[in-house]
Design a protein around this ligand. Structure first.
Ligand code: NFS
Ligand code: SF4
Length: 672
């Protein structure tokens, strides 16, 4: 049974009350816009100043189109647009004859394709940067992690021998780039999945061939008059999503590690309070570390630091928003100013000299907000221009110089600063739990593996693992579902692995420090955390780094004792406050990898019962994983706990066992 817990103390003192009240009322409480006091504080100020934010616009859109919310409108051709009547009194088919389930499936399929495209196009740019680093080591990009380079080379079938790191990297980059345009065969990283899982994909004919190919095919299938079987569309959805998780996203993560270093645990700070009253504040926002890494280098430039001082600043403070923040936190310990819904508020502190953006999750409202202050909005990517922003064209070849120019521009803007109002909230956190770091933490450099994790799951100290990820969404109280869900999970001895804006939410709540284990975790989980020295909630990075979770799950299977496939593991996935098409792609590759996955807020599928029945029930017998929707974080926690307990039962490990050190043989015997 899930118990309702007391409000958190510490991080959220100013606005803790609604948490307990909201939970007691049995749902996500919108009386306050956010669980985070710093957000409510800043929102009061913006209302007083008459500045509009995402919450105001969400309110203006309160009467949302019911057809769109249920996923039953189609404008894939101009015989339409068409809408299916949910009451049954109006049309039940589109002009072409499409049924509700086909319309819902096509829309869902296109969301998967769009999300997969975003992650994968990011991966492509990382591969290009690696190519550049290999060909021009003087370019500013270099190969930082040779160990990882060799590991990836092995997976991609690139010879190592006694070749130089540049030679190996050149082939790795080329192989990675080939995965995008590949027409036949399989994207190489799926070889990292458990054999059983690979077998399921091959049997269903959904092992992804090429990343771009699957995305294009999804766009084709969902045009007027092509794929008219919702099951077939969703199966190709699985292929497209797998091309993201085990393709584009994994390329982004693995190659970023090679270029910028594989993360390992380090301390950082989070929330609007990390902005400085005395330094030049530069906020990087977006997704691609090929930009932010150069800004990190440039922000340590002596001449620029001197220039900052000459303008009256104490130094240069580089902070992040969204996934870029996670990237620079994980590798450099740089502070995070907030998650997606805090981007406008960061500017509204009046303390940001420059907000530097690249791609994805950047609100088109930013130029208006920046105009209310002295803040410069700087775009850098040819893919993401914003009228009213200054554009500093960023290319891998001239990256460092551009980064210096951007920082210089911010410094020159410092004297224009007027009144600043920075909320005091900030929290410590530990981040950097890459798959490699988890292995190391669990057993040291030589003995490191997932054996201790599996053993603790088998003996019941840890009940299971949940990946809690995804966005923020103004339709629900900001951060509340993330925090409530994770709080319940760790209280019930479920180890939580996080990425994206969800990790930022829980970091602000104080879950990502080792002390949180004693405070919030169940006895078993707390004991393990104490022994290993980890928090009960592990921050694994940005959203493309969900691929790290796929590798971790595969390793858990390979170690033994917990079944032969990911679908047998006592694990689950959740995106409690999702909003992005990218989240749908992630959800679907988790499902297609065999993971039970719950989304909060709602899902644009409810207009078709047939479709709902397919993804919420039938799909499990096909893929081993399936979807669920539950907006209430308490109920969502209960669903995940039930699911994990069921999996434990099936594995025959439902009862807590004495601490036994299992060897391979014993683990095999456990497999029923
Ligand atoms: Ni993920 Fe990262 Fe945040 Fe959602 Fe957007 S920043 S890629 S999409 S909102 S978690
Ligand atoms: Fe309507 Fe069919 Fe055209 Fe969609 S594809 S807009 S359902 S006619």
């Amino acid at each position: 049974m899930v118990q309702v817990r007391k409000p958190l103390d510490g991080a959220y003192a100013p606005s803790a009350a609604p948490l307990a009240e909201g939970l007691a009322a049995g749902g996500n409480n919108m009386r306050e816009k956010s669980l985070d006091g710093s957000v409510n504080y800043m929102l009061d100020k913006t209302v007083q100043k008459g500045i509009e934010t995402v919450w105001d616009r969400s309110e203006q859109h309160k009467r949302r189109c019911g057809f769109g919310e249920a996923g039953i409108c189609c404008r894939h051709c101009y015989m339409g647009p068409c809408r299916i009547s949910p009451s049954g009194k109006g049309p039940q088919r589109g002009v072409c004859g499409a049924t509700a389930e086909v319309i819902v499936a096509r829309n869902f399929g296109r969301m998967i394709a769009a999300g997969a495209a975003a992650h994968s196009d990011h991966g492509r740019d990382v591969a290009s940067a690696l190519l550049l680093a290999a060909q021009h080591p003087e370019s500013g990009y270099s190969i930082k992690d040779v160990f990882k380079l060799k590991k990836v080379a092995q997976v991609l079938g690139v010879p190592i021998d006694d070749r130089s790191k540049e030679e190996i990297a050149l082939d790795v980059a080329k192989k990675a780039l080939e995965s995008f345009g590949r027409q036949e065969g399989e994207v190489p990283f799926i070889s990292l999945a458990p054999e059983t899982r690979q077998g399921i994909w091959r049997q269903l004919g959904i092992a992804p061939r090429g990343i771009d190919r699957e995305i294009v095919e999804m766009m084709h299938r969902t045009t007027m008059g092509v794929d008219q079987d919702h099951r077939n569309i969703i199966l190709h959805g699985a292929r497209t999503a797998l091309a993201d998780g085990w393709g584009g996203s994994m390329i982004a993560t693995e190659l970023q590690d090679i270029l910028f270093g594989t993360p390992s645990p380090l301390r950082g700070q989070v929330n609007l309070g990390v902005l400085s009253e005395t330094d030049v504040n530069i906020v990087v926002h977006g997704h691609e570390p090929v930009l932010s890494e150069m800004l990190v280098v440039a922000s340590n430039d002596k001449e620029l630091l001197e220039l900052a001082k000459s303008k009256g600043a104490a130094g240069i403070n580089l902070a992040g928003i969204c996934c870029t923040a996670n990237e620079i936190l994980l590798r450099h310990g740089l502070p995070i100013a907030g998650n997606i819904l805090q981007q406008e508020l960061a500017v509204n502190t009046g303390a940001v000299e420059s907000m530097v953006v690249d791609v994805q999750c950047i609100m088109p409202s930013l130029p208006e907000i920046c105009k209310c202050h002295h803040t410069h909005l700087v775009t850098t990517s040819p893919k993401g221009r914003i009228p009213g922003a200054e554009h500093f064209a960023f290319s891998e070849e001239t990256a460092l110089q551009t980064a210096k120019d951007i920082i210089k521009d911010a410094i020159m803007n410092f004297p224009n600063r007027e009144k600043v109002d920075i909320p005091r909230e900030k929290m410590d956190l530990i981040a950097g739990f890459s798959h490699e770091a988890i292995v190391y933490m669990l057993g040291g450099r030589f003995r490191g593996s997932y054996v201790p994790l599996n053993d603790n799951i088998i003996n019941g100290r840890i009940k299971g693992v949940a990946g809690v990820v995804g966005c923020g969404n103004p339709k629900v109280t900001h951060d509340q579902s993330h925090v409530n869900l994770v709080e319940e999970l760790i209280a019930n001895d479920i180890l939580v692995v996080q990425t994206g804006c969800s990790a930022i939410a829980c970091a602000k709540a104080g879950f990502l420090i080792p002390e949180a284990a004693e405070k919030y975790a169940g006895k078993g989980l707390a004991e393990v955390c104490r022994t290993v020295g980890i928090p009960p909630v592990l921050h694994s990075g940005s959203c493309v780094d969900n691929s790290r979770i796929l590798i971790a799950l595969s390793e858990m299977v390979k170690i033994g004792g917990l079944g032969k496939d990911i679908s047998e593991l006592p694990v689950a996935g959740a995106a409690p406050e999702w909003m992005s098409e990218k989240a749908i792609a992630i959800g679907h590759y988790f499902v297609a990898s065999g993971v039970f996955t719950v989304f909060g807020v709602g899902l644009p599928v409810h207009g078709s019962e047939v479709f709902c029945n397919y993804i919420f029930n039938e799909l499990e017998s096909v893929l081993g994983g399936m979807w669920a929707v539950e907006p209430d974080p308490g109920k969502m926690a209960a669903m995940i706990i039930d699911h994990i307990n069921n999996k434990r039962k099936k594995l025959g490990i439902e009862k807590a066992k004495e601490r036994i050190l299992y060897d391979m043989e014993m683990r095999r015997e456990l497999e029923v």
